[in-house]
Design a protein around this ligand. Structure first.
Ligand SMILES: [Zn+2]
Length: 436
């Protein structure tokens, strides 16, 4: 188990994910060297030298779900630059070797395997790949006489693998394939955005996931911009969209999921942006800032969103943590009152205690928001218009902000979601402009 207890995820574009805990950095399906669509039929495709290691400077393991070019193309370069071990199917391993990866750093894995990768354990299972016009896309044995750079069509899939990640013995994240029942139970799932509602209903049932991360929705034929710049979405598979030339829409996906299960959080990471998954691994909160012991089971703690009505609009209390200095404005800088639950403490008591400690407000009318976030429930409290806020040393300033501003300041997205879920529940009209 990593000492700091932190688990950080970065979405790397397409199906690419980076998961980092302690000294272990695992990358899934790195694909950065994009080329125009017409190149699929013409000539050979080389990865752009040095691009993969620019985006992923350190990496200990590279997992490849299947051998298609949009999952494997940059893996060999990344392995060579970082010394990372490549793990995948027989076709993936042969392609990696043909691309010049040292065979000692290639490992074939099969459905049913469970492999220890430093801070993570990864379970390998078989998934179904999507079809194109009812047929498997570019599947079968590798062509004879394979040489590099290879043609896009040489990247043939033998088996399509899914991975489930464990941290500290607990499931953390599962990848989802074409069939929702193939996903493994985990608090977080990474999934494509263009499926039908029934798919997601089944997926959430099977996985029990409380967080969904959309992946593989960006245009594969366009270079990724700088970190934080949202890429152009990919075209919908024609059979699933009307009109047929329509781009995938993460906003539509988000609304669809919120209709199916309002309590499920959709986190849409900006490309290359760090997302702290520690809430969900249940590790981050094993100790508080001052080293006090924290409950070993859920709920690990809670947040209390305080709002007031001022001049006919809702304003939310945002606190700025002092731990990284007054100028710090990144992850965990701003947010509602929140804290870890002590062993044997009820979560209601935890909410009241944290609220009092961090804001000086009393929790008499504090309400637990609906939804079923068992790990980290959210409470809300309406404060008087002129209520006095008294900060503890944990925070150095506060602000009363309209929803959009409170959400914009709160990172990672999980924290912003705490404001959003309360705004929805208390009927803040500002939520209408926020749900995108
Ligand atoms: Zn594929």
């Amino acid at each position: 188990m990593p000492e700091s207890g932190k688990v950080v995820l970065r979405w790397l574009g397409a199906a690419g994910l980076e998961l980092r805990a302690g000294w272990t950095t695992v990358v899934v399906d790195p694909f950065f060297s994009r080329f125009p669509f017409w190149r699929l039929w013409l000539g050979r495709v080389s990865p752009i030298t040095g691009l993969a290691s620019r985006h992923v400077p350190r990496c200990s393991h590279i997992l490849v779900t299947h051998a298609h070019w949009d999952h494997l193309l940059d893996a060999p370069d990344l392995a060579k630059a970082t010394g990372a071990m490549v793990l995948g199917s027989a076709n993936t391993c042969r392609l990696a070797q043909a691309a010049g990866v040292d065979s000692r750093t290639i490992r074939e894995v099969h459905p049913g395997d469970s492999v220890d990768l430093g801070a993570f354990r990864v379970e390998v299972f078989e998934t179904t790949h999507g079809t194109v016009l009812g047929r498997p896309y570019n599947a079968g044995p590798l062509p004879p006489g394979l040489r590099f750079p290879a043609r896009a069509g040489d990247y043939r899939m033998d088996v399509c693998l899914g991975f489930r990640f464990f941290v500290g013995g607990k499931p953390l994240l599962s990848l989802a394939g074409e069939k929702p029942e193939e996903v493994r139970p985990a608090p977080i799932v990474a999934v494509a955005v263009h499926k039908r509602p029934g798919y997601y209903r089944r997926l959430l049932e099977t996985s029990g996931a409380r967080v969904v991360i959309p992946i593989h929705w960006d245009d594969l034929f366009r270079s990724l911009g700088p970190a934080g710049q949202q890429p152009r979405p990919m075209l919908h598979p024609p059979a699933l969209a009307w009109p047929p030339l329509r781009r995938m829409d993460v906003g539509v996906f988000r609304r669809l999921l919120s209709d199916i299960r309002p309590e499920v959080q959709v986190i849409t990471p900006q490309v290359f942006e760090e997302c702290d998954l520690s809430h969900w691994s249940g590790l981050y909160h094993e100790r508080t800032y001052d080293g006090a012991p924290v409950s070993g089971g859920p709920p690990y703690g809670c947040a209390v969103v305080v709002f007031r009505r001022s001049r006919g609009r809702f304003e939310y209390l945002a606190l700025h943590r002092s731990h990284e200095g007054p100028g710090y404005d990144s992850n965990w800088a701003w947010g509602p009152a929140a804290g870890a639950r002590l062993p044997d403490e009820t979560v209601d008591h935890c909410a009241a205690r944290e609220l009092k400690e961090e804001t000086g407000l009393s929790a008499d009318t504090c309400v637990q928001a609906s939804g079923d976030n068992r790990d980290w429930p959210v409470y809300w409290l309406e404060a008087e218009k002129d209520a006095t806020v008294r900060l503890s040393r944990e925070h150095d300033r506060y602000a009363w902000l309209p929803l959009a501003e409170a959400v914009a300041l709160s990172l990672p997205a999980l924290v912003a979601q705490e404001y959003m879920s309360v705004a929805k529940e208390i009927g803040d009209p500002a939520i209408k402009e926020m749900v995108t």
